[in-house]
Design a protein around this ligand. Structure first.
Ligand SMILES: [Zn+2]
Length: 400
């Protein structure tokens, strides 16, 4: 197969790029569909499709169902045309997903140990860790077409700058990744990429307005508004964790007081649990706490899994606070769907009932009845899968 996109030039280049973008949005399109979408004649589209099959970009995927006459062939992206790699960078590890051209997930690994810091050397080492991991997976690295990388905090995907990992004024971190990975890189905020992954993997993708809450150590939000990923003017949208909603007098890591995140996140769960343990409330974690152990969010999630009543009370309180915020979001956006994701969504059984109850209590009934609220289906895979799918859509010019 030829080099990618850059090598699509000469005769029909514009039509070929438009076809790739169309096929990236949907699968199983007939020549008549493609001709209609492109506003180009059927003989011309037929010639272009044939060339693209020869070049390895497109493949015949089957025949259209028809009750009368000949069944037209359906075309889409060739699954063998290459791979996309998505990486979700967390505090002390990253997760990695590989998808193929049609967007199927071929591989996922969680929690590959690595701590990214603010230096070019650290980015280089991370790229080596990514490549070392890929060497152990059964794919041809030469056929990777693009990488998608998620970072926490403010990310401007169009300039490639992250404001959590700011290496230099002259060089956005995306370009440093590109330099060491040797392929196009799409940089995105983690919550936005998770929203995109969940949206694109959703069975009912007609949801026009889709809000994704990333409830991890912090709290972020990704938004699909009218079918498009919303970034805001400079890519800083979705900072719902720092919405100053609470009268709890708690300092937030951003330096302000009463941010939503101080009552509805993993860090809030951690604080609430420590408060209860310090009051001497009974818990599976009491002994470890008294012995001075450093409790982690995973310890608390594990206690919830083991039905620790004190830990369950804490997560219920988080659910109730989060539900009040979701009620506000529903009133504001009238969304088709709100998805609760991130590491805390594994506590669904205890988190969701108080959340739903608060939504019913605080949202406008008429608006609330329009909205489906559910837990993420991709779970901890959402970030890496979303990054991978985004890198594909951005490379091929698909819908983002
Ligand atoms: Zn804050």
């Amino acid at each position: 197969m030829k080099q990618f996109l850059d090598d699509i030039h000469g005769r029909y280049a514009a039509e070929k790029k438009a076809l790739l973008a169309l096929c990236s949005n949907g699968t199983g399109l007939s020549v008549a569909d493609l001709s209609h979408e492109l506003g180009t004649s059927i003989p011309k589209v037929t010639r272009v499709v044939n060339e693209m099959i020869q070049d390895g970009y497109l493949a015949e995927l089957g025949k259209q169902e028809s009750t009368t006459g000949r069944r037209p062939s359906l075309y889409g992206l060739n699954p063998d045309a290459g791979f996309f790699v998505g990486i979700d960078v967390c505090q002390h590890y990253f997760s990695l997903a590989i998808t193929d051209f049609p967007g199927r997930v071929l591989h996922f690994t969680d929690e590959i140990p690595f701590t990214l810091v603010n230096t070019e050397e650290s980015v280089r080492q991370m790229c080596e860790a990514i490549q070392a991991h890929l060497a152990g997976v059964n794919i041809d690295q030469a056929r990777i077409r693009a990488y998608g990388i998620n970072l926490t905090g403010r990310v401007n995907h169009s300039t490639g700058y992250s404001y959590s990992f700011f290496i230099s004024e002259q060089k956005p971190i995306r370009d440093v990744f590109r330099q060491y990975l040797g392929k196009p890189v799409s940089l995105e905020n983690d919550s936005r990429a998770m929203a995109y992954g969940e949206y694109m993997s959703s069975i009912a993708r007609e949801e026009g307005t889709f809000l994704f809450l990333n409830v991890g150590w912090g709290l972020g939000m990704g938004m699909i508004l009218d079918g498009k990923l919303f970034s805001g003017k400079s890519g800083f949208s979705g900072e719902i964790g720092h919405f100053p909603l609470l009268d709890n007098n708690q300092f937030c890591r951003c330096g302000k007081i009463g941010c939503l995140e101080t009552g509805a996140s993993g860090s809030a769960l951690h604080r609430l649990m420590r408060e209860k343990l310090s009051e001497g409330r009974p818990s599976l974690l009491s002994a470890a706490y008294k012995a001075g152990a450093d409790l982690t969010m995973d310890d608390i999630l594990d206690a919830i899994r083991r039905e620790d009543v004190t830990a369950i009370e804490c997560i219920e309180q988080i659910g109730s606070t989060l539900g009040k915020a979701v009620a506000g979001l529903i009133n504001l956006f009238n969304p088709d769907m709100v998805v609760i994701g991130g590491r805390l969504s594994v506590t669904e059984r205890y988190l969701m009932p108080p959340l739903r109850s608060a939504v019913n209590k605080y949202s406008l009934n008429l608006v609330n009845n329009d909205t489906i609220i559910r837990v993420s289906r991709l779970g901890n895979e959402a970030g890496a899968i979303g990054a991978s799918l985004l890198s594909k859509s951005r490379l091929l010019g698909g819908r983002v």
